[in-house]
Write a protein that binds this ligand. Structure first.
Ligand SMILES: *[C@@H]1O[C@H](CO)[C@@H](O)[C@H](O)[C@H]1NC(C)=O
Length: 431
């Protein structure tokens, strides 16, 4: 994980010159050989002092001009990029998908490419979870003709190069630091990806001419401690229960700002517990499957009042349809050259399944599909970010995007388990 303070390295004081008034007193016996030893040492000492005393906040025009160039410049494979980004249909879109090697990113990229849109992927392949799984997804995308640029959304120079090379009609921004509990270990990575990275992307997008429309992944976690169910888009979202949720909420406000000032068309999608083939190993359904197969005891959480923890599990194919629906109904951005020309579209949608399922039910469905009995241990839900209950009201997405989930947890888990066994245990061929 790269660090936030990478740009706070004090600028090199290039102006240092040895003081000319420095003179030796003739009475001092200084042999030339001693001087050649001590003078460089003295210089080093002074340089270190200067470096330490330079306040990192001092604005340095030189540093600003060269900001970003300290990262090794990547020479882009233009042929591959253009081939990947070119729509097959004349009516097709040209879409940049960030987080393309991620779970949702892979499925959305495949769906767009299949229907004739041009797709260029971007992913930094970080090690938050097994990068081998991300590389396997990348292979899948390569076969489908989707190329992934291996880079970070925080790399402004590279993003600029991509936007210079390809005229994107849409950006499907799915890159993020996910996970609720990991924020306690690595809070900086949430700020880096979800806030700094998002702003970086919006900065480049708003200056592009014409500006693309942005569709991005928010999260159901913004509802936080809200207890009014089902969760509707207008409900309060000012009580996040995790730093992850707080960064997604902040991003929703940042989206408002860029829409308001620059005329960017922006659509946020609040995903509710997405699961399915090629899913994320940090999610319960995934590691329960792994642990049940290993004979390891799994922890099932219950709420403080002994109630069951429930999730509105949403199957990946339904989420993909919601993403494509959002992209197809996105209006054009109105700004150009970084200037707003008129009001632009700003939307937020729940993408859930409207049927919360207790985690105990999830486990019994996994047992059935795996034909293995789970070793269970019931524990109180730790207060480290997870909420007890999620339940989406999807009537807005239904009306505006034609969103209509069709896969229930039973059918979806069956597909997941089939994929899992094929991918990790080589049984049958996974699709
Ligand atoms: C669901 O959301 C819509 C707005 O999109 C609202 O009119 C409706 O009352 C909500 N339903 C419930 C049960 O909260």
């Amino acid at each position: 994980m790269s660090h936030l303070d990478i740009d706070n390295i004090p600028s090199t004081p290039g102006k240092y010159k040895p003081d000319k008034s420095f003179r030796f007193n003739s009475s001092t016996v200084f042999s030339l050989s001693k001087l050649t030893i001590y003078f460089p040492l003295f210089l080093c000492f002074l340089l270190i002092l200067l470096l330490l005393s330079t306040p990192s906040s001092t604005p340095s025009p030189r540093r600003h001009l060269s900001s970003g160039t300290h990262r090794s410049p990547i020479s882009l494979p233009h042929k591959l990029i253009h081939k990947s980004a070119r729509p097959r249909l004349t009516t097709g879109h040209t879409v940049l998908v960030t987080g393309a090697a991620g779970f949702v990113g892979t499925h959305v990229s495949l769906a767009l490419k299949r229907r004739g849109d041009g797709v260029l992927g971007l992913d930094n392949f970080n090690h938050y979870y097994d990068p081998a799984l991300k590389r396997a997804r990348q292979k899948l995308l390569e076969k489908a003709g989707v190329y992934i640029v291996d880079a970070d959304i925080n790399d402004k120079d590279l993003l600029q190069q991509l936007f210079d090379a390809v005229l994107f009609t849409h950006v499907m921004h799915l890159a993020a630091q996910a996970g609720v509990r990991y924020a306690m270990q690595n809070p900086g990575s949430y700020i880096h990806s979800n806030i700094a990275g998002f702003v970086n992307l919006l900065e480049v997008a708003k200056s592009t001419n014409p500006q693309p429309a942005i569709i991005w992944a928010s999260s159901s976690s913004v509802y936080g401690l809200n207890s009014k169910v089902p969760f509707s888009e207008k409900d309060r979202t000012d009580q996040p229960a995790s730093l992850y949720a707080a960064t997604k909420k902040a991003s929703e406000e940042i989206a408002h700002t860029y829409n308001h000032i620059y005329g960017l068309s922006i659509t946020g999608l609040r995903f509710f517990t997405v699961y399915g083939p090629w899913g994320r190993p940090d999610m319960a359904y995934f590691f329960f499957t792994r642990d049940i197969l290993k004979g390891k005891t799994i922890a099932i959480y219950e709420s403080p009042d002994k109630g069951s923890v429930a999730r509105d599990f949403t199957y990946i194919d339904d989420i993909v349809k919601g993403c494509l629906g959002a992209l197809d109904t996105a209006k054009k951005s109105t700004g150009s050259g970084g200037k707003k020309k008129g009001p632009a579209q700003l939307r937020i949608f729940n993408l859930g399944n409207t049927s919360p399922v207790p985690v105990s039910k999830l486990v019994s469905l996994l047992e059935k599909n795996l034909k293995v009995k789970a070793k269970k241990k019931v524990m109180p839900l730790p207060r480290n970010g997870d909420v007890e209950f999620t339940h989406a009201n999807i009537s807005l997405a239904a009306r505006e995007l034609g969103y209509k989930p069709t896969t229930d947890l039973e059918a979806g888990l069956k597909k997941f388990v089939r994929w899992y066994l094929g991918f990790y245990l080589g049984s049958k061929k996974s699709s």
